[in-house]
Write a protein that binds this ligand. Structure first.
Ligand SMILES: Cc1cc2nc3c(=O)[nH]c(=O)nc-3n(C[C@H](O)[C@H](O)[C@H](O)COP(=O)(O)OP(=O)(O)OC[C@H]3O[C@@H](n4cnc5c(N)ncnc54)[C@H](O)[C@@H]3O)c2cc1C
Length: 511
């Protein structure tokens, strides 16, 4: 087997011409002769390293994924008596880079997680690495929405059910790794959102589950029995897709100002819906729309099926069109009266019912996405050499990393505390006690992600503003980290809500 042959460094050194060009990377010998003309950076850069050890130079300029892409084809052997030393992470692996995982996953103790959470993360990470990332990397770049096959695969694996969290709606559903529906808790769900954010393709990740995560709860909390029996299995199996359509060009933060109308038909059997919705995630490919409308009795929620008069158009945003962000128009759309969610005029309660959960899920994603950037920075600072030193040897760069790590660890610990409260409190108690803390956590998460993005850009330099190559995740993060600061309630609204909630419990105390 050519890949297992052993060579001395002297032997490799003799292959230093364009007709026979070998290089060494991490004690592995590569014959790159035929690759010279294919190298995107030109043949000259490789020829400078011909016959030599190119480990430092390679990692100064390339991500490991590039090596893995070509290594099988180009590897001819190893250096005699030596083995590769650089870690290659495989599907499902937990990172060994400090702070690249929350501390429990790197061996610390925790009162929150048990063996079932551990097993859940292992199967989920493997599934993401093997089944989702290959499509995600391509589609995020091309702006292609997730394929119907991938939705079905996720449905069969139980990932879609895991995205909507614990509760009676899971009865009869299969969950990842054979987890029983009654065993699923908010820590499992937290893990699910974290793993989704870890793939570093925010548009595609939202394409896979953001609409479902906010669009299905109104059905299982407020839909009729018949509606639930039909819609929940269709959607959780990945055969149909659903989203939440509240926002309009006229009304974002101020939901009460929505203008889309629903009027009863003369025979009283249908609502006739007219109006527009803006920025609806997944809308371009959805079959069902949990929609806020205005009726004579006030704001009302309806389940609207894609049908005549309903049109969706993509909206270009800062992240990938893979999210399926849409502008929706309703022109005389006929909706059976049975499709009401909750009671007429009580749509506001339906909308509010899932808000804390949505905001908490955004926190899970924002923290994990920020942590991924910490890992990228730590690795880069360790391998990038300039002015004769690694970046990590510069105190200024260590201070930046310290700032990033300390902030991400702080919000992770606050998140875990809030998740724990969610596992212990009834829905009613959560609404009363956690609305404020979740709003403030979300505010803090997006402030931290903003800072992480800023520091990461400085650590990566030009690569942070280049879409491909070493800094591709940093570029993506600085382009997309604001999504968390606006979606599900903007920072200003979160700050205000957090303090107003606290004021409700303010005692008659004085200085
Ligand atoms: C990519 C994307 C996906 C989305 N997905 C969905 C979806 O699936 N479904 C859905 O229904 N909606 C969705 N939205 C809408 C999103 O929830 C709104 O953008 C958000 O609620 C803010 O509304 P707005 O953008 O209209 O801002 P506005 O309400 O116009 O506010 C503008 C700015 O003013 C600030 N502001 C507003 N009120 C106050 C106040 N009282 N005090 C201080 N500052 C204030 C806000 O913080 C905000 O930064 C999405 C939006 C985007 C961009």
């Amino acid at each position: 087997m050519p890949g297992q042959q052993e060579y001395t460094r002297e032997e490799v050194a003799t292959h230093n011409t364009e007709s026979s060009c070998w290089i060494i990377i991490d004690n592995v010998v590569y014959d790159v002769t035929k690759f010279l003309d294919l190298h995107p950076g030109g043949a000259g850069v490789i020829m400078d390293m011909a016959g030599k050890d190119a480990t430092d130079d390679f990692y100064n300029l390339h991500r490991q994924e590039h090596l893995l892409k070509y290594s099988k084809r180009l590897q001819i052997g190893t250096i005699a008596g030596q083995k590769p030393e650089i870690i290659v992470t495989g599907p499902g692996d937990i990172s060994k880079v400090p702070y690249a995982e929350a501390n429990y996953w790197q061996g610390h103790r925790s009162t929150y997680y048990n063996d079932s959470h551990k097993a859940f993360r292992v199967v989920l990470r493997k599934f993401y690495d093997e089944e989702i990332i290959p499509e995600a990397l391509v589609s995020e770049e091309l702006g292609k929405v997730p394929s119907p096959e991938l939705f079905r695969k996720m449905g069969d694996f139980g990932l879609l059910a895991a995205a909507v969290g614990p509760g009676p709606h899971l009865q009869g559903q299969n969950l990842p790794g054979g987890l029983k529906p009654e065993e699923m808790d908010f820590f499992h769900e937290q893990i699910m959102h974290e793993e989704s954010a870890r793939i570093g393709c925010p548009g595609f990740s939202d394409g896979l589950g953001a609409g479902l995560m906010i669009g299905l709860p109104p059905i299982f909390n407020f839909g009729s029995y018949e509606m639930q029996q039909k819609i929940i299995p269709e959607v959780l199996s990945g055969r149909k897709r659903i989203c939440l359509a509240i926002t309009e060009p006229f009304a974002g933060s101020d939901v009460a100002r929505i203008k889309t109308t629903a009027k009863l038909s003369p025979d009283g059997k249908h609502y006739i819906v007219n109006g527009t919705k803006k920025w609806i995630t997944n809308g371009v490919f959805c079959d069902y729309f949990s929609t806020a409308v205005r009726t004579p009795k006030g704001i009302t929620m309806l389940l609207i099926e894609r049908s005549e008069g309903l049109e969706t158009k993509p909206i270009k945003t800062s992240y990938s069109p893979a999210a399926g962000t849409s502008y929706i128009t309703f022109e005389n759309v006929k909706v059976p009266v049975e499709n009401i969610l909750g009671k007429e005029g009580q749509g506001f309660q339906v909308i509010m019912y899932n808000f804390n959960h949505e905001r908490w899920a955004i926190c899970c994603s924002v923290i994990r996405a920020s942590r991924l950037i910490v890992e990228e920075c730590f690795k880069w600072a360790n391998q990038r050499k300039i002015f004769g030193k690694r970046l990590i040897d510069q105190p200024v760069i260590r201070a930046k990393l310290a700032h990033m790590i300390a902030n991400v660890e702080a919000i992770q610990n606050w998140l875990e505390n809030i998740t724990y409260q969610m596992t212990q409190m009834s829905y009613k108690e959560q609404s009363r006690a956690l609305a404020g803390p979740i709003a403030l956590l979300k505010l803090q998460c997006t402030r931290v992600s903003h800072m992480v993005s800023d520091e990461a850009c400085q650590i990566f330099g030009g690569r942070a503003i280049t879409k491909t190559g070493m800094g591709r995740l940093i570029e993506q993060f600085q382009r997309t980290n604001k999504f968390g600061a606006i979606l599900g309630g903007s920072e200003e609204i979160m700050a205000d809500l957090g303090v107003r909630q606290a004021m409700k419990d303010f005692p008659n105390a004085r200085l």
